[in-house]
Ligand binder design. Structure first.
Ligand code: FES
Length: 159
């Protein structure tokens, strides 16, 4: 015995399949976009569910040349140059070790000796990509600096 569907039922099945595929594509695209916005701090690890990190330092305390270590709070450094304050991820772009601050000369990776300048540009490999610059905001009314470790900004960004 062969069961056949009526043309209307076949049309309905195709329509609901198309709707399902469209919905699935939308969900996958949204997930891909979210994944791009929230880069995991370490390769193979999930993004931090709380990417906003409130530091204990104010905008006024960040004088040019200063680097403050927040590797324990969220794997980043706050730094300031003549143009203002910025945040850099501490995650080496080679294989994800945490880089060490070398003061105003930059950052060095203890794993395979990559080196970065004060703005996070690679000065010595094997790393090929610069350190990510992260979004920084001064909170009101305290002036405390908050870093969003999931949001990458242009290396030129300062506050
Ligand atoms: S992980 Fe930093 S140089 Fe390899």
């Amino acid at each position: 015995m062969i069961l056949e569907q009526s043309p209307a039922a076949t049309q309905s099945t195709h329509s609901s399949r198309r709707t399902f595929c469209t919905s699935l594509c939308a969900v996958l695209a949204a997930a891909a976009l979210r994944g791009r916005a929230q880069t995991p701090p370490f390769p193979g690890k999930e993004p931090d569910p709380q990417p906003l990190k409130l530091t204990d330092i104010t905008r006024a305390e960040m004088t040019p040349g200063r680097v403050v270590d927040y590797r324990k709070l969220g794997a980043f450094y706050l730094a300031a140059d003549d143009r203002g304050i910025f945040a850099l991820t501490a995650v080496c772009t080679h294989r994800g070790c945490l880089v060490l601050s070398e003061g105003p000369t930059g950052f060095g990776c203890p794993c395979h000796d990559s080196a970065y300048d004060f703005q996070g540009e690679v000065t010595e490999g094997p790393a090929k990509l610069p350190l990510r610059h992260l979004e920084v905001k001064a909170m009101e009314p305290t002036g405390l600096l908050q870093v969003d470790i999931a949001t990458t900004v242009s290396p030129e960004t300062r506050i």
